[in-house]
Design a protein around this ligand. Structure first.
Ligand SMILES: [Zn+2]
Length: 123
């Protein structure tokens, strides 16, 4: 069956086939982030984000790490960004979310990284 040769690829595309999951992967582009940060940036409820993260984890794209009250996620296969970048080129769009530009006090995020960023600018 030739179709079996494409199961892995189709599985990955299925994992990517959701706006919220693509947004999450953009947020994780520059490194790990906690779930609360994704919640603040995306404006979705934590349960919804966790559900999408579970799909990404099942596909082997992300893994989590607990640190006290915070659960951090990171991308385990950064090569996936080649696929995402190629797709962005096809549709003529740049990624709108990237962690570095979103560690801002305006997000009212209480994650450790945002707290550090807020302290750095004296807030
Ligand atoms: Zn944050």
């Amino acid at each position: 069956m030739f179709a079996e040769a494409y199961e892995l690829q189709a599985g990955l595309f299925k994992a990517l086939m959701h706006p919220a999951r693509l947004a999450i992967l953009d947020i994780l582009r520059h490194g790990e982030e906690c779930v609360c940060h994704m919640e603040a940036v995306l404006g979705y409820r934590q349960a919804y984000i966790s559900q999408q993260l579970m799909m990404l984890r099942k596909a082997g794209l992300v893994e989590d790490r607990r640190d006290g009250w915070n659960i951090y996620y990171r991308v385990t296969r950064p090569d996936i960004y080649h696929v995402i970048d190629a797709m962005n080129e096809v549709v003529g769009q740049k990624p709108v979310l990237a962690a570095r530009s979103t560690h801002l006090r305006e997000e009212r995020c209480l994650c450790p990284k945002c707290n550090l960023a807020a302290e750095a600018v004296g807030n």
